[in-house]
Design a protein around this ligand. Structure first.
Ligand code: ASP
Length: 365
């Protein structure tokens, strides 16, 4: 018989009963912390879906569907997590993060801002698919103006898998979100005992549980069931946060992937589709063929904001080396990968920042 972690938790206690208690925000059982008079931190868990909430489906092999289990039930199935924090759980969406979109991002911001304004919470955990986790983390980092920990967590194996990594990751995320030392560190990503910062984290492996890395800087800390360590003191963010429009969508920004034998067609198509910005996932130091660079220069002349990034996966994209950025009106993404450069450029254009110099300055912050 295959006994997965949800099933074993079901035999240990009633998920439904505990999930109901979580939904109405009942305090957890008495703990040493409470006995000593220290209130547990209040942590709001916002479920969006992902493999962490995935369940095996009827197809053969290791096939599964993302986003099937609610955040409340995921929490209810983890022994001892209720001793870390007073937990409440809500569902924002139930999707695989390959379907992540502006609406869910706006809903997350709205709920988190309300929780902060109402002083409801000391920390937030967001359960999320790993495919676009780095984009959501970076988006939130750019728009949320708060010191409270906001922690994204997911898993590489669905809840029904042998050796599911979701429970340990969620437990670790709760430790991080409920800890005072996590304040003032921006939006964090927790998986596989490792804590990453939103600007640097990237998914680097299709299936390994050790998929998240921060190639240019390394993780910001480590966490496990017994310890939480940050490698540097918190540096409260100085950068002004970007404003969100009242409603989605954000302005259209396309990513164009550079390759050998590249012509101008993809750039020209993006302009025809109405892209307000283009991020080049360039070869090497953000390069592309002469045809593609010429087409990008023509797009920039027409008012499309062009940012050169790289498909390489680590390192900085540098200005004015092989490409004459000053002359052609381009910005470079520096250490931001194409998918994060796209997020920042959408937000900048939404805030009216389109002049290449101002865009470049924003990428450097
Ligand atoms: N496709 C899944 C998702 O991003 C993968 C995962 O969560 O690991 O939702």
């Amino acid at each position: 018989m295959t006994l997965h972690w949800l099933q074993s938790a079901r035999s240990a206690r009633s998920i439904i009963g505990l999930a109901a208690a979580l939904m109405i925000g009942l305090a957890s059982p008495a703990t040493a912390q409470q006995a000593s008079g220290t209130a547990l931190a209040r942590v709001l868990v916002l479920g969006t879906g992902g493999t962490i909430a995935g369940q095996a489906n009827a197809r053969a092999g290791n096939a599964y569907d993302s986003g099937k289990v609610s955040a409340a039930n995921l929490i209810a199935a983890i022994p001892g997590i209720d001793r870390l924090a007073q937990i409440s759980a809500e569902q924002i969406s139930s999707i695989g993060s390959q379907d992540m979109n502006d609406k869910v991002w706006f809903d997350l911001v709205k709920r988190i801002r309300a929780a902060i304004d109402n002083k409801e919470v000391d920390g937030v955990v967001i359960t999320h698919g790993t495919d676009t986790m780095e984009e959501t983390a970076f988006f939130l980092q750019n728009v949320l103006d708060t010191d409270i920990p906001v922690v994204l967590v997911g898993s590489m194996r669905p809840s029904t898998a042998i050796g599911a990594d979701g429970p340990a990751n969620l437990y670790d995320a709760m430790r991080v979100a409920s800890a005072p030392e996590s304040r003032g560190r921006g939006v964090l990503v927790v998986l596989n005992d490792t804590i990453h910062g939103a600007r640097w984290v990237q998914k680097t492996n299709t299936t390994s549980v050790q998929t998240f890395r921060s190639p240019d800087v390394g993780p910001v800390g480590y966490v496990d069931t017994g310890s939480l360590r940050f490698l540097q003191p918190a540096i409260p963010a100085k950068a002004a946060k970007l404003k969100l429009p009242d409603a989605p969508p954000l302005p259209r920004v396309d990513i164009i992937y550079s390759h050998a034998n590249m012509d101008a067609a993809e750039v020209e198509d993006a302009v025809k589709r109405g892209a307000k910005g283009i991020v080049l996932a360039g070869v090497g130091d953000g390069n592309s063929s002469k045809s593609a660079i010429d087409a990008l220069a023509a797009a920039a002349k027409q008012g499309v904001v062009v940012v050169r990034s790289t498909r390489v996966g680590s390192g900085y994209v540098n200005r004015n080396v092989e490409v004459e950025d000053d002359k052609l009106g381009f910005a470079v993404s520096l250490d931001l990968n194409p998918q994060k450069a796209r997020v920042l450029l959408e937000l900048l254009i939404a805030n009216g920042v389109t002049e290449p110099g101002a865009v470049q300055q924003a990428f450097a912050q």
